[in-house]
Design a protein around this ligand. Sequence first.
Ligand code: FES
Ligand code: FES
Length: 155
Amino acid sequence: PDLEDLYQQVILDHSRRPRNFGEIPPPVIQVHGDNPSCGDEIQLFVKFADDGSIEDIKFTGQGCAISQASASMMTLKTKGKSREEVTTLLAAFHHLLTHHEDEPAEILGDVQLLQSVWKFPQRVKCATLAWRSLEQALATDSASDASVTTEAGPG
Ligand code: FES
Ligand code: FES
């Protein structure tokens, strides 16, 4: 199928029916991510297992279809993954949006489709919001239930 069609379908499906949408009761790492340029935001909840892997991950918030879809896909990709695997995914995602001329990394699966957003630079922030929030969650001490605020910078 046409890649653009597939992109539209996947974004639409995830934004209409976001996976892992909801809250995780404390203690949990909670990150508030927001995109000041539009006011969209997400609240990310990450529960780390003792070995540092992601035991559970959920999000709530309001945002455009791309930010919601990207968050939904991100949670599907990272739930149950080890810290190492998550770090690899984050790097692959970063590479996807900064080197759009490159072949996307296969481990990203469906997320590869988000590469299309490079054509609309304004949307890069939408696609990265959840991933930046996850980065922030990883940087937060997993033993605490701190709440931090992160702002999505330029793509
Ligand atoms: Fe980050 Fe190349 S992957 S700039
Ligand atoms: Fe606000 Fe996409 S328009 S995150």
